[in-house]
Design a binder for this molecule. Structure first.
Ligand code: IMP
Ligand code: MG
Length: 432
């Protein structure tokens, strides 16, 4: 049975949550491998909407979830999400890696003061937490929280960070009071978290060895990858499929397939280049119809046409063999729909997006126009399946499939779990 990575091919918000929830019907384990509470995974099932930030989307189907070593773990957000889900009657089975990076309140403060405005981050403390992880002397892991050494380690960390925290205006009073405040919080977290923490490597590799169906749930998207995205307008982790290996402690050989999730158009929240960006009526139409406002921050998302050079780049970096294309319903009502098939950069035609800010800013999309479709009620198509869909919809999907060289397993025509339409290829990746 397979291990499947679900990865975002654009700038995040591709509806990975919905795809993971769909595939989780067959899964035994769902593993988050990167990012933290900057993610906003929306799942709508049986008329109920869940907006998840840290807990894997498996929780909606009450499947086991894991937060891997690659995650930036914010205990405050986790415990709040846990309370909320419990109050909604969810049984929660989730394991938090002892190797995950501990994200503390001052990381959120630093993010707001330093990176928030300049990069348009979610202000969830992601960058500063990973910065400390890489610096090592100022990094703390979940395991540290459970070590008898924790008070000592925290003291050392605060000594090094004191001037930074003062400069940023996060620490205004005495460092000793601040230390004691954090220590008290840590004590509470330790008590509430002790039954959740453990060895993610044993859990995940054990499940793979037993032949269970394991899903790896990427957060953010390929173009926001710290190494492969539009640096510096990126997040601080590796959303790409390879991030599942480092972030969950599995071998590359353990991965059977990669599902690339994409919207039928493009959106971006936060700063950075966006070659196919639209403004005006069409942008407003798509934004409103698609509810394109950030799950985590509520910011209006920037909107544009589908970008094949970007998708080709993404498919290559991730080894995308299968596609899930979401939100085709949002494009309904447009007479013609454009797709960028290449860029023109300095007079040259380019088919694979160069992920460099300077190049992307110069890129002039070369568009192909496809026929639009007009559908008000998708229910009959959901019932009728792929073959019942309007020809224009099937043409759109098939065109992208051909250009990206991947097979579509699923399309989405609405946020509800019921509004996903599988294709014949779905059975190639889920257990029969
Ligand atoms: P950070 O991850 O909060 O540091 O933000 C860095 C960039 O990634 C900003 O442009 C954010 O808007 C963007 N970003 C972070 N998480 C998500 C996400 O889950 N979906 C979409 N964009 C995101
Ligand atoms: Mg999101």
């Amino acid at each position: 049975m397979p291990a499947v990575v679900v990865v975002g091919m654009q700038f995040g918000d591709e509806s990975k949550g919905a795809v993971v929830d769909y595939l989780a019907e067959w899964a035994n384990l769902v593993v988050r491998y990167n990012g933290g509470s900057n993610a906003g995974h929306t799942v709508v099932a049986n008329g109920e909407e869940y907006k998840l930030h840290l807990i894997p989307s498996s929780v909606v189907r009450e499947k086991k979830g894991v937060l891997g070593a690659g995650v930036a773990f914010d205990p405050e957000v986790f415990l709040e999400e846990l309370r909320d889900l419990k109050s909604r009657g969810r049984n929660i089975d989730v394991l938090v890696s002892l190797k995950a990076t501990l994200l503390l309140p001052y990381h959120k403060g630093l993010d707001s003061v330093i990176s928030g405005g300049r990069l348009g981050t979610t202000k969830r403390g992601i960058g500063p937490a990973y910065q400390d992880k890489m610096a090592r002397v100022t990094g703390l892991k979940v395991a540290d929280l459970f070590s008898s050494n924790f008070p000592q380690r925290l003291k050392e960390v605060l000594e090094i960070k004191e001037s930074e925290l003062r400069n940023a205006g996060i620490l205004t009073g005495s460092i000793d009071d601040y230390y004691l405040e954090l220590l008290t919080k840590a004590e509470e977290w330790r008590n509430s978290l002790s039954s959740f923490v453990g060895d993610d490597h044993l859990e995940v590799n054990g499940a793979i060895a037993e032949g269970k169906f394991v899903l790896f749930e990427g957060a953010q998207g390929t173009m926001l990858d710290v190494d492969h995205g539009t640096y510096p307008f990126v997040t601080s982790s590796n959303p790409v499929a390879g991030g599942a290996c480092t972030g969950a402690g599995i071998s590359p050989l353990a991965i059977d397939s990669v599902v690339g999730v994409m919207k039928a158009y493009t959106t971006r929240v936060g700063k950075g280049p966006f070659p196919t960006e639209l403004s005006g009526n069409v942008a407003d139409y798509i934004r409103d119809k698609g509810g394109e406002y950030g799950t985590t921050t509520g910011r209006p998302r920037r909107v544009g046409w589908l970008d094949l050079p970007m998708l080709r780049y993404s498919a290559m970096i991730n080894g995308v063999g299968y596609l899930a294309m979401r939100k085709l319903d949002v494009l309904s009502g447009l007479d013609k729909i454009k797709i960028a098939v290449a860029y023109e950069i300095d007079g040259e035609e380019v088919e694979i997006a160069p992920p460099y800010v300077n190049e992307l800013e110069k890129a002039r999309p070369i568009y192909k126009e496809l026929e639009g479709w007009e559908v008000d009620d998708w229910k009959k198509f959901v019932k009728g399946g792929w073959n019942s869909l309007p020809e224009e919809v099937r043409n759109y999907v098939s065109f992208v499939e051909k250009e990206v060289e991947a097979k579509t397993i699923l399309i989405g025509v609405g946020p509800d779990r019921e509004m996903s339409i599988p294709t014949q290829h779905l059975k190639e990746i889920v257990p029969s």
